[in-house]
Design a protein around this ligand. Structure first.
Ligand SMILES: Cc1cc2nc3c(=O)[nH]c(=O)nc-3n(C[C@H](O)[C@H](O)[C@H](O)COP(=O)(O)O)c2cc1C
Length: 138
């Protein structure tokens, strides 16, 4: 059974390219083995990630991610059964939002992912993917 999950979190410490690079490196290796695909969006002070794959694999990974000390306030926003993957070719694409849209920062009251609906955040993610240039690591 395939599922797609979206969560948000606040980053802990500086979001350096070393930290992100290390997360992505691990993700590529593990996600290939576990047949997980998705997108990791990195904004100023927060992450939004979509994970898709077999339900047990995604659950197992989400529990690991939720306990990762590189971020906090991990909040599950949506969890749905799907028939097809949206990102079948992306073991974990990466979008850096900080340069694309400076309004997308937790310090701006207009942007509050913790109050947004799952529908809104899923749509917002689609918009970023279309307007940005996700780095597809596959
Ligand atoms: C924002 C964020 C996103 C992550 N995404 C993934 C992922 O897609 N796949 C993955 O295997 N690990 C991901 N991780 C890392 C996991 O939390 C964990 O460190 C890793 O899966 C452990 O791998 P290991 O058991 O091979 O040491 C992420 C961590 C953070 C902070």
């Amino acid at each position: 059974m395939l599922i797609r999950l979206l969560y948000i979190s606040r980053s802990v410490g500086p979001q350096t390219s070393t930290v992100t690079g290390s997360i992505l490196k691990t993700s590529l290796t593990n996600n290939r083995i576990n047949q997980i695909t998705g997108v990791l969006c990195q904004g100023v002070g927060f992450f939004i990630q979509v994970l898709e794959g077999e339900r047990n694999n995604v659950n197992e990974l989400f529990l690991k991610i939720a306990n990762d000390r590189r971020h906090k306030n991990v909040e599950l926003i949506s969890f749905e059964e799907v028939t097809l993957r949206k990102y079948p070719k992306w073991l974990m694409a990466h979008i850096d939002l900080s340069e694309m849209d400076p309004m997308v920062a937790l310090k701006h009251p207009e942007f509050d992912p913790y109050s947004a609906s799952g529908k809104f955040l899923n749509q917002q993610l689609e918009d970023w993917i279309l307007s940005g240039s996700p780095i597809n690591p596959a």
